[in-house]
Structure formats: structure tokens, C-alpha cells
Write a new protein. Structure first.
Length: 249
């Protein structure tokens, strides 16, 4: 990922509607599907460590953060949480077989060359204990690429069938799948396909909090999605693909 993006992330992850809403969606999936007793968690591609720190606080898990980018880990270390931070590659995890009860991977696969996500999934499966869990989130659909996509250096995007097939190839059992950030899709399409081209907008980060009223309005859409998904609902299209899978016991 473009190293310049880490500073934007560190400044926005605690306040911006998208990050708060996506955590609510994760929490809804976790509450509905994940069993009690999860202890050891790996956040694979932890970036600035914000999600790893949040999971440790919200769930009481022992979370290890791993990222290949020193620029991101510098911000993670400044948080002084989570306790475990390691520089490493998700395609060659520096852990023993069966080390974790849960592995999370938030929006990392888009930065891998096409096909390399299968190497990462094989490593996730190796490092999960029997019966353990994997939570994946990835940007969806190539036709939703934006100026932000160019700025951060996205190499690919995914559909749910692609993620499900890749997870199954790694020996994982899909248990929950849905798209997310779906209600705001018309707004995103207007911005990415109409406004940005007309304005000839340059590649730039889209990670920055807006005015309070806009944060509330956009956040409310993701709150509604989190409630729907928490009740077992799913969306058939959206800006993010979400998959929860389990390693066979």
C-alpha cells in the first residue's frame, strides 16, 4: 500500500463513519457466529493497529498484529497496544501451525497480486487451530474502483464467489457471507463514475472525516446494515465483500 496512506488512516480510524460502521458490522457477525472461548487472535495486515487494539478492548482477546509495512507498524507501536506486533508477510506467516483461534484480515487482499491471496489463505488455514475461524473483508467489484483506489495502489478487487471459492480451496468452510456498505452504493457510483471523472480529480486518499452531520448520516447507513446482518440478513451487492469461514475440526 502507498505508505502515505498510513498517516491518513491513523488520523481518521477512531472517528470516521466508515471505520466505526465496519466495526459494528464485524461485531454483529461475531455476536451471531463466533463461539465463546476465543483467546488468541491474529490481525493479518494490521496497518496502524487500530482494529487490533479495538478487538482487544471490545472482546478481551489476546490480539497479535502483523504487517509487512514498517510505516504502519510505527503508528501501531505508538498506540502501545496490542501487546504483540510483528513485521511479516501474510503469504508466509512466522507462526507455528495451529497458533490462533481467529484470524482477521481487513482490506489487505486488494494489495496482493492476483492469485497471491491463495497463498495467504493457505497460510491462514495452517496457522488456525482445528475448528478455528477466519474473517475476511475485501473491496468489491472492479467497476467500483476510484481515485482512492489509485492512490492506495489497489491491485485487484473481489466478488463473494471469488472469496468463497478461494477459501474452500484452502480447506475452509464458509459460514457467513455478505456484501456490505450497500445502502450507500448509489452515492458511491455517482461519486466514482460521474463526479470524479467530470472534475478530473487526481488520485487522492478518501480517508478523512467529514462534518459532524455527514458523519452521522453516513454512519447511520452502516448501523442499519449491521443490524440486518446481525439478524442473519445479507446484501447481494455492495462496496465490500465479507466472509466468515471455519477450519474443519
Amino acid at each position: 500500500m502507498n505508505p502515505a496512506e498510513f498517516q491518513h488512516l491513523a488520523a481518521a480510524e477512531e472517528r470516521m463513519w466508515w471505520f466505526r460502521g465496519m466495526r459494528e458490522i464485524f461485531q454483529s457477525v461475531a455476536a451471531r457466529h463466533l463461539p465463546p472461548g476465543i483467546r488468541d487472535v491474529l490481525d493479518a495486515g494490521c496497518g496502524t493497529g487500530a482494529n487490533a487494539a479495538w478487538m482487544a478492548r471490545a472482546f478481551g482477546w489476546r490480539v497479535t498484529g502483523l504487517d509487512c509495512a514498517e510505516a504502519g507498524l510505527q503508528f501501531a507501536r505508538a498506540r502501545q497496544e496490542p501487546a504483540g506486533l510483528i513485521r511479516g508477510d501474510i503469504r508466509a506467516l512466522p507462526f507455528r501451525d495451529g497458533s490462533f483461534d481467529l484470524i482477521t484480515c481487513f482490506d489487505v487482499f486488494v494489495h496482493l497480486e492476483p492469485g497471491e491471496e491463495r497463498r495467504a489463505l493457505a497460510e491462514f488455514a495452517r496457522c488456525l487451530r482445528p475448528g478455528a475461524w477466519l474473517f475476511l473483508r475485501a473491496a468489491a467489484f472492479r467497476w467500483l474502483r476510484s481515485r482512492h483506489s489509485e492512490f492506495v495502489g489497489e491491485k485487484q478487487r473481489f466478488t463473494l464467489p471469488q472469496l468463497i471459492e478461494a477459501a474452500r480451496s484452502a480447506g475452509m468452510e464458509p459460514r457467513c457471507s455478505t456484501y456490505a456498505n450497500s445502502l450507500l452504493l448509489p452515492v458511491a457510483l455517482a461519486k466514482f463514475r460521474v463526479v470524479e471523472p467530470l472534475m478530473r480529480a487526481p488520485a487522492a486518499s478518501g480517508v478523512r472525516p467529514g462534518p459532524a452531520w455527514l458523519e452521522r448520516a453516513l454512519g447511520a447507513a452502516l448501523e442499519l446494515e449491521a443490524r440486518w446482518i446481525g439478524r442473519g440478513g445479507r446484501f447481494r451487492i455492495g462496496q465490500s465483500a465479507v466472509l466468515l469461514a471455519r477450519k474443519p475440526a
